[in-house]
Ligand binder design. Structure first.
Ligand code: AMP
Length: 111
């Protein structure tokens, strides 16, 4: 499998990691759209949110509980979370990830 995020998780590809634990890794987006733009990525390779099943319920709980802690660690009072599923939604890396954005006022211009 040729997955850039799996490479980052394994440490084979360098990244600016801001958090990691046994189920997820968070690192700075290479092309930030906000002062804080971090990607929250499960270690398990899941293609996108469209591929989630009931077997991922615990993982999703872990992600959503950890997200605000990462935001707090990065000094964010307000933040936005986005996940793109499919090319028309803007997904360019086929490994489930959540964009954590903040550090400025965000509008609803979704492109
Ligand atoms: P998406 O378009 O929702 O699939 O998001 C993929 C994100 O991954 C984009 O915001 C890219 O800027 C980001 N990205 C791609 N390659 C890297 C990399 N090597 N390190 C950090 N971020 C990356």
């Amino acid at each position: 499998m040729d997955c850039i995020f799996c490479g980052i998780i394994e440490g084979a590809i360098p990244s600016g990691k801001v958090y990691e634990d046994d189920c997820l890794v968070a690192f700075n987006d290479a092309a930030p759209r906000a002062p804080v733009h971090v990607l929250i990525v499960p270690r398990e390779h899941i293609q996108s949110a469209a591929a989630l099943t009931g077997s991922h319920a615990e993982l999703l709980g872990r992600i959503w509980i950890t997200l605000p802690k990462i935001a707090q660690k990065l000094g964010l009072d307000s933040f936005r979370v986005i996940t793109n599923a499919g090319a028309d939604a803007g997904q360019t890396v086929e490994h489930l990830h959540f964009h954590l954005l903040g550090g400025r006022t965000l509008d609803m211009n979704l492109g």
